[in-house]
Unconditional design. Structure first.
Length: 306
């Protein structure tokens, strides 16, 4: 492996960790802002602004804006189905719950990889799924404490997993990450504002600070973080992306319990810990499970040759 490719992988890992941290920081910020702005309109504004920023980059670097637009629209649909339920759900559940449940996308990656692309999940991926579901049960208090916000966030986690798989697929087909980013951002922004207009939702926000929050969400967790994710996936595998993104709910909980002022509830912390452990497990290469068996077979072969 060349030094250049090694540097690219290291830079990609650092960029993905930044994305996980900045996404984790937004849960309590978005939750607080929902008192002054409709969640669907908030999504619309942040993605319209982000699409304009990516469009500027495309123009500067002479990249086409609408080439293979069907693929950009597919990604846009999945992001819309991620952010609308997640943002609405944040108004109902806690920021820490939302972060941990969103993090379940890592466990859904092997499931949808099999259902959509017929790739058989590894044994460790299956185990991680059961561990994460156990953590989700503890986190939400089973059927007694679970609320509609938790269920909406679970839907967001599913679409998040599908989005990562299709980003990998489209990049492997040689599609330009700049163009894909612009197209998916533009679709989410237009679709959200269109739904807001049809439903008669208020397009304003309550105060100036909410406007600055919208700008922050557009520039950092939307424009920069998603852009970094799509570009970085050219140099790393979906498994490694999932493993690094496993830190997102950890950052979400830390920010919610400190800057967000949420109380630490023991059963939620324990459930979140199980989900986090499941994410780490699901990011491990399947070869790790086979290491012991390979080593045993190698020793048997040496004994047989003696």
């Amino acid at each position: 492996m060349s030094q250049v490719s090694t540097n690219k992988k290291l830079i990609s890992d650092a960029g993905l960790l930044y994305a996980a941290a900045i996404w984790g920081s937004t849960f309590f910020i978005v939750k607080d802002s929902l008192e002054f702005i409709d969640p669907i309109i908030l999504v619309g504004y942040r993605f319209i602004i982000a699409s304009a920023l990516v469009a500027l980059l495309c123009v500067i670097t002479r990249r086409p804006l609408f080439k293979n637009i069907k693929k950009g629209l597919v990604l846009g649909i999945f992001i819309w189905l991620l952010y609308i339920p997640q943002t609405i759900g944040l108004g109902i559940t806690t920021a820490s719950n939302s972060g941990f449940i969103t993090g379940l996308f890592v466990a859904f990656v092997p499931i949808f990889s099999f259902l959509i692309f017929r790739k058989v999940p590894s044994l460790i991926g299956i185990i991680a799924t059961f561990v994460s579901l156990s953590g989700l049960w503890i986190l939400t208090g089973g059927m007694t404490d679970i609320n509609n916000g938790d269920l909406l966030t679970l839907l967001a986690a599913m679409t998040y997993a599908i989005h990562i798989l299709y980003v990998d697929k489209f990049l492997q087909e040689g599609n330009d990450p700049f163009t894909l980013c612009f197209q998916q951002f533009l679709f989410v922004g237009i679709a959200s504002l269109a739904v807001g207009g049809i439903a008669g939702l208020p397009f304003g926000w309550g105060n100036a600070s909410t406007g600055w929050i919208v700008l922050f969400l557009a520039v950092f967790p939307t424009f920069s973080a998603f852009f970094i994710q799509v570009v970085a996936q050219k140099y790393t595998s979906p498994i490694r992306v999932s493993l690094i993104f496993a830190f997102e709910p950890v950052f979400a909980a830390i920010f919610a319990w400190t800057l967000g002022g949420e109380k630490i509830i023991l059963h939620r912390a324990m459930g979140g810990l199980l989900i986090f452990l499941a994410m780490i497990m699901s990011g491990l290469p399947r070869d790790i499970l086979n290491f012991g068996n390979r080593k045993a077979r190698k020793l048997d072969k040496i004994d047989a040759e003696k």
